[in-house]
Structure formats: structure tokens, C-alpha cells
Design a protein around this ligand. Structure first.
Ligand SMILES: [Zn+2]
Ligand SMILES: [Zn+2]
Ligand SMILES: [Zn+2]
Length: 480
């Protein structure tokens, strides 16, 4: 560590400066908090402790804010390990401070590529997540999403840049996301392996056993079946053995057995259940799920291909131009809100009304719920809708009945507040934002909803579509 604190770099507490860049040295005894690191250009992460290194990398890469998940992170004091999360999620290993100038170029390249990205939030969890993944790949100039066998994954494989966004027991969701991206032609599959999952909980940690067809016990012994040619007797090999020597003789005709293939043969195996005493040739194969204990016939297991993926042209384009998903069904209205078409029409009339009467005013507010998908994806579609309806209800309580709301994208809610002073509108937003945080915190296991908002008077000169776009840009890029 000392080597980094040489005087050719300006150093403060853990801060290294090189030209216009500031690097933050994150030592392995540090706390696991990363929120204070948002403004540094890059992180130098002390890789001495594997668990610490993995945890920090996961915290950054799983963050819902691109200022964290796209942060250049270099490892120091790191010995290469076969941990796919560490290997796939860092930006290079440095041996000493001498390499900072060289890494500075990489930081600049990543930062330049970040400016190309489209930051408009996705309308669904899938789109939001996939944009995050392609943004990372784009800024790192790679196109591959590869699976790695991983003992800590509930499906046995992990795709670090995707999986980092899920808990390990949710790993099956990773395959669902990839299947979705494939169906949207965003990625292209290359077969790697086929994997099997519990049909009850979708975990992949299965214990396979041969079991008795009568009683399901795996307590069985199998032995060769012997066919004696001269007399035609067929029976388990134990019938031919004696307790004195290793010679075998036929229980039917008493002749000694001589050469396999000549006077006798072993046509198959015979199984004997030690539990119910059944003798049988064909056993069943069952798979017991280590996760939920469900024990089922292997024919009922779910199976999925484990593919390696490459971004398609559309997928690469998604980083800089956004994703137009097949989301028409998403546009069903949430009680108390209007869909985006209606919202646009109403805003248009509002604009016209203001043009004809200078004393009228309206405010447009954008409320950014940065990590809302981290919450809703755990709820399932029905509960999600109930939750969004409750959210709209809370927003409604803090505005007037003539004001209107659009929740096409739960992470970016628009509210048009009519005939109200800007300061008052800001006060409304502060109140509803606090109430929403409270609702989430109380009902979802202390989940910390990140909210930000901006309220502006509706402009007469520029189109409100443009104004909305700029509001979005301001909110999602406000930390740059
Ligand atoms: Zn299971
Ligand atoms: Zn015989
Ligand atoms: Zn049995």
C-alpha cells in the first residue's frame, strides 16, 4: 500500500490525484459503505481479502445508479483467483502506483463512452436491467455475456454481470432475463450446456438417486444377472457363489462355471431393494432438491440451455439508443393515473390554454424512483399493480383533483400540477416523496427507496416532450 502514497501523486486521505482524475483507495479494512465514493473518477480496491473484494465489487455493479455501476475499479494487492464475480467485474489489476498514468487513459476512455450512453430509464424491470448490462458492456468494449460454473449459484452457473443484480437463490431469474433478451433479439445464444432444475423452486442443486420402483427407497443393492448356457438357468450371481471358495457353480445343474462368453454370460443387472425386498431390473431415478427438499422423478425436472451470449446489433445499439421493448401490454392504466397518450394530449391542451391566457400557469414535475424495480421485481405482476396503485393514491392525496399523473414508467413518474406556485408544487413533491419512502420502508422490510424530483413551470416556448426529456436527463444524470 505504501508504494501508492509516493509524492508524485497528490494524496489526501486515501485520495490520489493524477492530472484531472481522482482515484479513491479503498482498503480492505474499510467499511462496506460505498455511497461516499460517487464523485471519484475511479476506485482502487485493495484485493487482499477475497470476501471484501467480492462484496465491494458486487455493491458497485448491482447499484441502480450508473455513477456506481459503471465506476472504473482497479484491484491492487490481488492474487488471481477463480472467482468469476471478481474476475468479471473489475477493470484491471495494478501492481503499483506507477501504473496510475496508464490506467488514467482507461478511465478517460470509459468516461468518454459513458457520455455516449442513453440514460433514459427503462419502462419495465427487464428493460431497465438489460440497459444496465449493455451499458456496462459498451463502456468496457465487450459484447459477451458468458456463463461460469459456480458453486454458490443456485443453478450451478453464473453470469456475473447479470447475476450480480440478483440474490443467489434468484439465479433462475437470470436465465429468464436472458431468455427475454434473446426473444427481443438483443442477444444471440451459443450453446454451452444443458442444466436441470427443481420443478418446485427452480433451484439446480439436485441430488440424483436410483430408487426402488415399489417403495422409492434408494437403499438397494444391485448385482449381475448370470445366464448359464448349458441348462438355461438365469439368476443373480449370488445364487452361483458358495461360502468356501471363489468358484461359481450353477444352482440348477451344479456344473462349475468356466469362461464368460463361452458357457455363461452376464446379460444385465438385477436390483434388490433392502427396504421392501423387491427384486427388479429397472429402477427409477429421482432428483431431490437440496433447496426445498422436493423429491421428484427426473422426467419432471425443468431444463434449460445454458448459453453463452453475444450482443446482437440491436443489443449493442441499445446502450446508446435505448430499448424499444414489446411493452404495449404494459400500458394498462393504474387507477388515478392516465396513460402516456392521454398525458401527452392533456399536456398539449394545457399548453394551448396557457398560450391564450398569460395568467395561467402549470408546473410539470418528474419524480424519479431510482431503485423501484429492485422492489417491484420481488412482488410479481399482481402485487406490483396493487403497490403502484397505492403509490398513485399517495401522490393523489398530495395534489388537487384537477392535476394529473402518468406512471407509464414506475421509475419516472410525471405529474402535472395546475395553477399552483412553483414553491408550493415543490412542497407537494417533497411531501409525497417522503410519504412514498415511508410507505415502502414500512411495508417492505425497511427497503430504502431512492427518490429525486424536479419541478418546473410548463414552458410555452419549447414542446413539452422536449421539456420532459430534459427533466429525465437532469434526474438520471444529476450526479455527473
Ligand atoms: Zn426445489
Ligand atoms: Zn446350469
Ligand atoms: Zn423397495
Amino acid at each position: 500500500m505504501e508504494v501508492l502514497k509516493q509524492n508524485k501523486f497528490e494524496t489526501g486521505e486515501n485520495v490520489l490525484k493524477h492530472n484531472d482524475l481522482t482515484f479513491y483507495m479503498l482498503e480492505h479494512e474499510s467499511s462496506l459503505k460505498i455511497e461516499h465514493l460517487i464523485d471519484y473518477n475511479a476506485i482502487i480496491l485493495d484485493g487482499t481479502d477475497v470476501d471484501f473484494t467480492r462484496t465491494i465489487l458486487k455493491k458497485f455493479r448491482s447499484h441502480s445508479n450508473h455513477n456506481y455501476y459503471l465506476k472504473p475499479i482497479f484491484l491492487i494487492n490481488y492474487k488471481v483467483l477463480n472467482d468469476p464475480f471478481i474476475e468479471e467485474l473489475h477493470d484491471g489489476v495494478i501492481l503499483s502506483a506507477e501504473q496510475i498514468p496508464e490506467k488514467s487513459n482507461e478511465v478517460h476512455e470509459i468516461e468518454t463512452r459513458i457520455t455516449h450512453l442513453d440514460h433514459e430509464p427503462g419502462v419495465t424491470f427487464e428493460i431497465q436491467l438489460f440497459k444496465k448490462i449493455v451499458s456496462f458492456l459498451y463502456t468496457r468494449e465487450t459484447r459477451n455475456i458468458k456463463p461460469f460454473p459456480y458453486v454458490y449459484s443456485s443453478i450451478g452457473y453464473t453470469y456475473p454481470i447479470v447475476s450480480v443484480n440478483f440474490d443467489s437463490f434468484e439465479e433462475f431469474r437470470v436465465l429468464e432475463i436472458l431468455t427475454w433478451a434473446e426473444s427481443e433479439n438483443l442477444i444471440w445464444p451459443d450453446f454451452v450446456d444443458r442444466a436441470y432444475f427443481c420443478n418446485s423452486c427452480k433451484a439446480g442443486h439436485l441430488s440424483f438417486r436410483e430408487v426402488c420402483p415399489t417403495c422409492d427407497s434408494s437403499n438397494m443393492k444391485s448385482q449381475d444377472l448370470v445366464h448359464h448356457f448349458p441348462c438355461g438357468y438365469i439368476g443373480p450371481i449370488s445364487d452361483f457363489r458358495n461360502t468356501i471358495d471363489t468358484n461359481m457353480s450353477c444352482p440348477k445343474c451344479s456344473k462349475n462355471l468356466r469362461h464368460i462368453g463361452v458357457d455363461y454370460d452376464k446379460p444385465s443387472l438385477i436390483n434388490h431393494c433392502q427396504n421392501c425386498d423387491e427384486v427388479f431390473q429397472d429402477y427409477l431415478v429421482k432428483a431431490k432438491c437440496v433447496h426445498c427438499k422436493h423429491d421428484g422423478d427426473v422426467q419432471y425436472l425443468l431444463s434449460k440451455n445454458i448459453n453463452s451470449y453475444k450482443l446482437t446489433k440491436k443489443g449493442r445499439f441499445a446502450a446508446t439508443s435505448g430499448i424499444m421493448g414489446q411493452m404495449s401490454e404494459k400500458e394498462d392504466e393504474i387507477f388515478g393515473s392516465v396513460n402516456s397518450n392521454t398525458f401527452h394530449t392533456m399536456m398539449h391542451y394545457e399548453n394551448e390554454r396557457m398560450k391564450s391566457n398569460a395568467s395561467l400557469k402549470a408546473n410539470i414535475a418528474a419524480l424519479h424512483l431510482e431503485n423501484i424495480f429492485d422492489l417491484t421485481r420481488k412482488l410479481g405482476k399482481i402485487k406490483e399493480k396493487v403497490f403502484l396503485t397505492e403509490m398513485v393514491h399517495i401522490i393523489r392525496e398530495n395534489i388537487r383533483t384537477t392535476d394529473f399523473i402518468n406512471v407509464t414508467n414506475p421509475s419516472m413518474i410525471f405529474i402535472c400540477i395546475l395553477d399552483t406556485e412553483l414553491a408550493t408544487a415543490n412542497y407537494y413533491l417533497t411531501k409525497m416523496s417522503d410519504k412514498l419512502k415511508e410507505l415502502v420502508n414500512n411495508n417492505f422490510d425497511k427497503f430504502d427507496l431512492h427518490t429525486e424530483f424536479k419541478v418546473e413551470p410548463l414552458q410555452r416556448e419549447i414542446s413539452f416532450e422536449k421539456q420532459m426529456k430534459e427533466l429525465i436527463k437532469f434526474l438520471v444524470e444529476s450526479h455527473d
